[in-house]
Structure formats: structure tokens, C-alpha cells
Design a protein around this ligand. Structure first.
Ligand code: ATP
Ligand code: MG
Length: 610
């Protein structure tokens, strides 16, 4: 990132003395920028001990890049997400929380679903009722149970408190059984991670005080997305000792309500509990005139564009259907690339300056095909989730690796047994007959794996893939790619950790804190949620038909849920630095097969001349 001059108001924030501050300002006003500069400044000028919590792993990486690894290693600095912060504490303190061994994170929703299913089936009274349900009813029932469990943890509630309807009393039993089942796998879920450390802090003063003394400045980015558990975790960490805390955020960008997040934690609770001083920034440094005018109109705001000399573009396209929408985007991309230079855009226009955004991934269905047939390079931006392997070889490897380092893990033991069609991993005869003959090789490697011989073992895997004619050319290439990915993950993990361990590595993969090495080359395709906090010169925002954006379920619910959809649209608009193209199909093929005529998103009606 090139050097920029901060505005007077921004510099004042960077140079603030001690205290609690809320920087509440709109998108593109330089909140993250100011946060980063202040962290840098504090590290350069004294031996500050800093905790900086960002919302995504990606944002953490960016902040770490700007601070340089040496600065981080030589100082007491922690940059990461709430989850990675809690994970690092858990690694050191799991015994205090009643675990014999470091628990493993079950990051995959399918693992949680499997546990709930087991739990339901284990309760005799309930099994017949479950059996009567058809598959759709079963999955909606399981997801209701899972969201109940999540909510209890995120809201720091007792399960009893959240039972509102008659007939939901049995959720209590399911909650307890689910927790016991996770425990018996020596596992925890994402919500537990926050809850456990919160509990540690409130129940163990010695531990709390140790962490509280470890930092004298705390920073939180995207503060509007704090939920109850995260806020109280923060509060319990700080209590009395640290009061140098800065939260930056924008209530209009609150889009994680489904996760229990709400701007009130920063706007009301933080301000009252910490007597925080509120400071605003009123200028937009990111967007062109046309883009900021549109964003202002959408949200009824009045933010000034600093780049007002840059005109930019804001256009709305109606396509006859989804395929035409994809063709419109791709032909526009070609046009822009051919144009090469545009006075509004710095440097030559290339693919990396273009992003295609949508509310859900399904709106990209045709885009991918069109990009491929036009030979335009693209990549999907990945969010906070851990790494998933797609090839059978790596799935087998990953599952066996999990079991080896966590022998209590019954869920993945079962998964692997059914994948291999065997029921004993130590029976040589069965191994020989297992569905995939490479299992004996994988087993042998993983059985001998340690942190020290990881590099050599990966080399052996690479040779095995190359030299064996077990796989066809295409599979071989794909497996090699995934092995390469795994190798890079280990490299990143072992550089960043003084004491690399296999369990630590596995959990870092689950949390996504060692980023998958996807080359971010070409046109970026992303959901709006994943693009949060980031920006792109040219943005295409597609699938803007009512029912898709806002999503039909939010329309049905109305109120705050619908409002969050509008916020999400505002986030999408404000990712664009220069050009913003919106589009919607007049006909959409629905998941159940019929074609439905669609009208423009209700939020965009303000842009249509009557
Ligand atoms: P969001 O709410 O979307 O997270 P933000 O408020 O965090 O936005 P930043 O990402 O910090 O905004 O800044 C937006 C863009 O403006 C970045 O490209 C940043 O480098 C640039 N910027 C910030 N302050 C200035 C400045 N004083 N001069 C020039 N550019 C600036
Ligand atoms: Mg930001």
C-alpha cells in the first residue's frame, strides 16, 4: 500500500492519548486505515502491548503485513479474529477448562449436524417422532435445534431461558446431550470457543488477570458486528485494568444479525460501560462521486466524497434472464479490458481490478461458465471457514490425520470407516480390502507423522502421487494441487508458531487462520459478506431481483431482518471505488424448476425514474 496523508481528523485519532474511543463512521471513511496507523504508531514509539481483533482472517493478514512479522514477533502483539484469540488462549489453558487434552474444533456444519442426529436418535422417547418426519422436515428440525444451541452460547444464556414455545422443552435435553457428545469426541464447536474463554475469564481471576495484563491497548475493527458473547468476553478481559480500547465501526453495515450481532454493543453498551468518547469521520476516501451519491441515496445519508473530481459510473442493467445477465457482465468486462485506460481509474484496467458480487453464491451459476468460455481468469474469494479437501485421497488423509491426533474423535472415525468400507484401522487384512488401496500408504505416513518430519512426509506423498498409476491424469493434478496447498499451510503455520504441534496445526486449518493459498489472480467473485471491509475499482453487483436481494425469507420476516438486507446492499455498493454496475434478471429459474418473472429489488426503486 502506498503512503497516504491522513486528514487532520484522522491524524488526531491516530495520536490520541489513553482512553476508550468509539470511531463511528461510514464506509470508506478510513476507519481501518486509522486503526492500522495507530497500532503502527504505538509499536514504533513505545513497547506497547497490543491486541487487535479484526473480523476476518483476511483482515488480520493485511494488518500483519502492514506491521511486518519482525515487529509482531518482537513485541507483545496479537492480531487475529475473536476465534483465533480464544483459540490461542485455549491452547495454553485447556486444562483449567476441564479438558485432559487440547480439544479439536468441529468447524464443519456437517459434523454438527451428524452429532445432532446421533443425539436425537439416542433419546428413545424421541426416535419414533423423528422417524415419522420426511427428509425435508428432518433437516429443518435439525437446523432449528442447531440454531437453538448456537443462540444459547452466543447470548450467554441458560438453555431454559430461550425456550419460548410449548413443545420446545425437549431442546433442553438435546442441548445437554449435544454438549456431552461433543465432549466425548474431545471436540468443541465455534460458539464454544468464545464461551469457554468468557467463562475462564469470569471464573478464574488469576487467568483473567494474566491476559488482561498482557495487553495495554485493545482494538476492534467492524465493531457493529459484535455479539453478546464477544462483547462480554471483551469486557471481562478489560475489567478495571485496561481502559485503552478503540472500537471502530459503522452501524449501517451491521449484517450479522443472524449471528446475534447488533450495533448496540458498540453504540450503547461500550459507550456506557467504558465511558467511551465517540468520534466521527464524515468523508469518504474510497468511492467515486457517482458511487457515493448512489450509496447516500440508498441509505439516506450525507457523506462527502473526497474524490469528488472522479466521476465514476453507476448503472443499472435489466437482463431478460440469468444467462443474459451473465453474458452482460462478461461482455462488459471484455469492453473494459479492451478500453485499457480510463481517466477515472488509476493505471491500466486489468482483471484484478474487477469484482463480481452477489448476496448468495447461487447467483453466480452462469457467470462461471461464461467466464470460462471467454477464457477470463477468476477466483472465488474465500471467507473465514477452514480448508476443505475435495479429492478422495486428501479426504482420507485428512480424516485419518484427525483421528490419529484425536483418538476420541468418533465422528470422523465413522466417516472414514464408511468411506473406506472397513471397520478396523489396525486389521491388516481389512486394510488390504479397503475401498481405496492407497489407504495403507496414507496410514503408514500418518502413523509416523510428527511436527519434525512433516516436510519429509509431504515429499513422500508427492512422490507417491507422481509415481503411482493409481490416479488418472486429472485426479493426479487435483491431488497434487491439494497436497501443495497442505504443504503451504504447514509452511505458514510453522513460520508463525514458535512451538508448532500437529493439533495446533489442525486447529489452525479448521479456523482458517492459516490461509488457503488461493492465488488471488483474475476477476474476484465473492458474496457481499466475504467482501466486507475490502474494495475493488470496478464492481458488478448481480442478482438484484426482489426475493433474491432482499432474500425472500427476510421479506417474509420484515423488520430488522429486512433492514439488514438493506445494510448488506449498502456494504455492496461501497466496495466499489470507481464503477458500480448493478443487474437483475427479469426471469429467474427457481430451485424447484419453474421460471418466475422477477421485479427489481425494492431497495433500488429509488433509482428508477417514475
Ligand atoms: P469500511 O467501512 O468499508 O471498512 P473503512 O472506513 O474501514 O471502510 P478504509 O478501508 O480504512 O475505510 O479506507 C478506505 C480507502 O480509503 C482505503 O483505500 C484507504 O487506503 C483510503 N484512505 C483512507 N484514508 C485516506 C486518506 N486520508 N487519504 C487517501 N486515502 C485514504
Ligand atoms: Mg474497514
Amino acid at each position: 500500500m502506498h503512503k497516504i496523508n491522513l486528514s487532520k481528523k484522522q491524524s488526531e485519532i491516530v495520536n490520541l492519548k489513553e482512553g476508550a474511543f468509539l470511531i463511528e463512521a461510514s464506509a470508506g471513511s478510513g476507519k481501518t486505515r486509522v486503526l492500522t496507523e495507530r497500532v503502527k504508531q504505538l509499536l514504533n514509539h513505545n513497547s506497547s502491548k497490543i491486541l487487535a481483533i479484526t473480523f476476518t482472517n483476511k483482515a488480520s493478514e493485511e494488518l500483519k503485513d502492514r506491521l511486518s512479522l519482525d515487529t509482531i514477533k518482537n513485541n507483545n502483539v496479537f492480531v487475529g479474529t475473536f476465534h483465533s484469540f480464544c483459540q490461542s488462549i485455549l491452547e495454553a489453558r485447556f486444562k483449567l477448562l476441564g479438558f485432559q487434552k487440547m480439544p479439536h474444533i468441529f468447524e464443519d456444519e456437517s459434523d454438527r449436524i451428524e452429532i445432532v442426529e446421533d443425539v436425537i436418535k439416542s433419546i428413545p422417547y424421541f426416535t419414533p417422532l423423528y422417524k415419522e418426519m420426511d427428509s425435508k422436515e428432518r433437516s429443518s428440525y435439525k437446523s432449528r435445534v442447531l440454531s437453538f444451541i448456537s443462540e444459547v452460547k452466543r447470548e450467554l444464556a441458560e438453555p431454559e431461558e430461550l425456550i419460548t414455545d410449548d413443545g420446545e422443552e425437549h431442546f433442553l435435553m438435546l442441548y445437554n446431550e449435544y454438549q456431552d457428545n461433543l465432549r466425548s469426541n474431545n471436540a468443541i464447536d465455534f460458539d464454544d470457543l468464545i464461551l469457554l474463554i468468557y467463562k475462564l475469564f469470569i471464573n478464574n481471576e488469576a487467568a483473567r488477570s494474566l491476559y488482561s495484563k498482557a495487553y495495554n491497548y485493545i482494538f476492534i475493527d467492524e465493531g457493529q458486528d459484535l455479539n453478546k458473547a464477544q462483547y462480554y468476553l471483551l469486557k471481562s478481559l478489560c475489567s478495571k485494568v485496561i481502559n485503552n480500547i478503540m472500537i471502530v465501526g459503522d452501524p449501517n453495515q451491521s449484517i450479522y444479525g443472524f449471528n446475534g450481532s447488533a450495533p448496540k454493543y458498540m453504540q450503547t453498551l461500550f459507550v456506557e460501560d467504558f465511558k467511551a468518547k465517540k468520534i466521527t469521520l464524515d468523508e469518504n476516501y474510497r468511492c467515486s462521486k457517482k458511487v457515493i451519491e448512489a450509496a447516500n441515496k440508498l441509505m439516506d445519508l450525507n457523506v462527502e466524497a473526497v474524490n469528488h473530481v472522479i466521476e465514476g459510473k453507476f448503472e443499472i442493467q435489466r437482463s431478460s434472464n440469468e444467462l443474459d445477465e451473465a453474458k452482460f457482465v462478461v461482455s462488459k468486462i471484455k469492453e473494459l479490458i479492451n478500453e485499457k485506460l480510463h481517466s477515472d481509474i488509476e493505471g491500466e484496467i486489468d482483471y484484478t481490478k474487477i469484482a463480481i458480487l452477489g448476496r448468495n453464491r447461487f447467483v453466480f451459476k452462469h457467470i462461471e461458465e461464461e467466464l470460462i468460455s471467454s477464457e477470463i481468469p477468476y477466483y472465488f474469494k474465500s471467507g473465514n471457514n477452514g480448508v476443505k479437501f475435495e479429492t478422495t485421497f486428501m479426504k482420507v488423509f485428512d480424516n485419518y490425520f484427525r483421528i490419529k491426533i484425536n483418538p476420541s474423535d468418533k465422528i470422523h472415525t465413522r466417516k472414514l470407516k464408511s468411506l473406506l468400507k472397513i471397520d478396523d484401522f489396525d486389521d491388516e487384512y481389512q486394510i488390504e480390502l479397503s475401498k481405496y488401496s492407497f489407504f495403507s500408504f496414507v496410514k503408514n505416513i500418518v502413523d509416523h507423522l510428527t511436527g519434525d518430519n512433516m516436510k519429509g512426509s509431504i515429499k513422500q506423498i508427492e512422490n507417491f502421487i507422481k509415481e503411482n498409476n493409481l490416479f488418472n491424469e486429472e485426479d493426479q493434478l487435483q491431488i497434487a494441487n491439494e497436497v501443495e496447498g497442505f504443504k503451504n499451510l504447514w509452511k505458514t503455520y510453522s513460520i508463525n508458531n514458535l512451538k508448532p504441534t500437529l493439533t495446533g496445526f489442525k486447529n489452525a486449518i479448521s479456523l482458517g487462520t492459516v490461509l488457503k493459498n488461493v492465488k488471488e489472480d483474475g476477476v474476484c467473485i465473492s458474496t457481499v459478506h466475504t467482501m466486507k471491509g475490502q474494495e475493488s475499482e470496478i464492481v458488478f453487483l448481480i442478482g438484484l431481483d426482489d426475493g433474491t436481494f432482499p432474500y425472500y425469507l427476510a421479506i417474509e420476516k420484515g423488520g430488522e431482518e429486512l433492514n439488514q438486507e438493506k445494510n448488506n446492499l449498502y456494504v455492496a455498493f461501497t466496495r466499489a471505488k470507481r464503477f458500480l454496475y448493478l443487474s437483475y434478471p427479469a426471469i429467474r429459474k427457481m430451485p424447484w424448476g419453474d421460471n418466475k418473472s422477477r421485479s427489481i429489488s425494492r431497495f433500488l426503486k429509488v433509482f428508477i425514474k417514475q
